[in-house]
Design a protein around this ligand. Structure first.
Ligand code: PHE
Length: 357
C-alpha cells in the first residue's frame, strides 16, 4: 500500500497536463483502478483484516483524490499564467490612425451622379481636355462666326507662326464628348460624360476650370418627355428628396433644338437651401433635343435616331447640395477646407446604401 501511495503521488506530481492527470486518475481510483481493485479484495478478508486494511485504503483513496484535485488546479493556474504572459496588449500605444486624406466634394458628387445615371442604364465616357476646334464647336453646330464662340471665353492654344490651322482649345464644355461617343459607339446610345472644362472667367461663382457632366441619349423613339423624366429622377435622387418640381424654360443652344434650361423649386429660408419647397427657382442645367446636324456630325443618321442631351454644372450642384458658398474654395487646396467638406475615403456612394451618408 505504501508502494502504491508513493507511486501515484510521484506520478501525479510529475503529470504534465490535464490529460495525463486524467489517465492517472483512471489508473488509480477509476472503476478498474489499482486502488479500487484492492478495495474489492476487502470482501474476501476476515473481519479483523478488513478492519485494519479498510480505513487505510480509504485514506489512501482520499489522499490520491486530493492530490489529483490540487494538481489539476495547479495545472490550470500555470496555463492561465502562460496566457497572461504571452497574450498581452500595450494599452499605451496610439490608436490606429484614420486615413488622412478625404474625398474631394467634386469627386464625391461625380461618383454620386455616376451612380444615379448608371442605375438608369447610362455608361460613362470621357474625352480629352485639349480639344480640336471642330469637336468643341463646329461639330456642335457652332460655326466660326457664331456668337457662342465669343460667349464661351475660350482659352486657345498656341500655333507656330505660319501654321494657319485653327488652334486647339481647352474644351469649354463636355459637349464634344457627345460627338466622340457617337463616333465610337453609334446609336442607340446612353452615356454621361463627366469632366473638367475651361473658360476665362473668375469670381465667386466662376473659376477658369470647372466641371460638367454631359448626358446623351439617342434612340428611335426618344422625346422631350423622356428627358423630363430622366432629369426629374436624377434631381430627386441627387438631392435625396422624394418630390421635386422642375421648370423647363425655353432657351437656346446651337446644339439642341428645342432647348430648355432647367430650374428646380427651392427655398433659401434662413440662408440654407431646401430643394423641392419654397418660392425660388434655381437654374441647374441646360438641355434639349439634339440638333440633327450634331447627330449627323457624330456619324449617325438623324432621320433614324433622335434624342436628348443635357449639361449639368458639377461644381454648382455640389455647392447646392453641400452648402458650399464659394466656388473658388474648391480649388484652393486648403487642408482645413478639405477636412471639413471632404468625404470619408473608404465610402462608395451608391443608391442602395445612400449617396452621401
Ligand atoms: N454645353 C452647354 C453648356 O456648357 C450645356 C448643354 C449641354 C446644353 C447639352 C444643352 C445640351 O452650357
Amino acid at each position: 500500500m505504501t508502494d502504491l501511495r508513493e507511486k501515484y503521488l510521484g506520478l501525479i506530481a510529475n503529470a504534465g497536463d490535464e490529460a495525463a492527470l486524467e489517465d492517472l486518475r483512471v489508473q488509480a481510483v477509476g472503476k478498474k483502478g489499482e486502488i479500487s481493485l484492492q478495495m474489492r479484495e476487502l470482501g474476501k478478508m476476515t473481519p479483523e483484516e478488513r478492519q485494519a486494511a479498510g480505513p487505510k485504503l480509504n485514506a489512501l483513496k482520499n489522499e490520491i483524490n486530493s492530490a489529483l484535485a490540487a494538481k489539476k488546479e495547479a495545472l490550470a493556474d500555470a496555463a492561465l499564467d502562460e496566457r497572461l504572459r504571452t497574450e498581452w496588449l500595450d494599452v499605451t500605444l496610439p490608436s490606429r490612425q484614420r486615413p488622412a486624406g478625404t474625398i474631394h466634394p467634386i469627386s464625391q458628387v461625380t461618383d454620386e451622379v455616376t451612380a444615379i445615371f448608371a442605375d438608369m442604364g447610362f455608361s460613362v465616357a470621357e474625352g480629352p481636355q485639349i480639344e480640336s476646334d471642330w469637336y468643341n464647336f463646329d461639330a456642335l453646330n457652332i460655326p466660326g462666326h457664331h456668337p457662342a464662340r465669343a460667349e464661351m471665353d475660350t482659352f486657345y492654344t498656341h500655333r507656330a507662326k505660319g501654321d494657319d490651322r485653327p488652334p486647339h482649345v481647352l474644351r469649354t464644355h463636355t459637349s464634344p464628348v457627345q460627338i466622340r461617343s457617337m463616333e465610337a459607339n453609334g446609336a442607340p446610345i446612353r452615356v454621361i460624360c463627366p469632366g473638367r472644362v475651361y473658360r476665362a472667367d473668375y469670381d465667386q461663382t466662376h473659376t477658369p476650370m470647372f466641371h460638367q457632366v454631359e448626358g446623351l441619349a439617342l434612340d428611335k423613339d426618344i422625346s422631350m418627355a423622356n428627358l423630363k423624366w430622366v432629369l426629374e429622377e436624377f434631381v430627386k435622387a441627387f438631392f435625396e428628396v422624394d418630390d421635386v418640381e422642375l421648370r423647363f424654360r425655353a432657351s437656346h443652344f446651337p446644339f439642341t433644338e428645342p432647348s430648355a434650361e432647367v430650374d428646380i423649386r427651392c427655398s433659401w429660408e434662413g440662408g440654407t437651401l431646401k430643394v423641392g419647397e419654397g418660392d425660388d427657382w434655381l437654374e441647374i442645367l441646360g438641355s434639349g433635343m439634339v440638333h440633327p446636324k450634331v447627330i449627323a456630325a457624330g456619324g449617325i443618321d438623324p432621320d433614324v435616331y433622335q434624342g436628348f442631351a443635357f449639361g449639368v454644372g458639377i461644381d454648382r450642384i455640389a455647392m447646392l447640395k453641400y452648402g458650399i458658398p464659394d466656388l473658388r474654395a474648391f480649388f484652393d487646396s486648403d487642408l482645413r477646407w478639405l477636412r471639413h467638406y471632404g468625404f470619408a475615403s473608404l465610402e462608395q456612394p451608391n443608391l442602395a446604401g445612400g449617396l452621401s451618408r
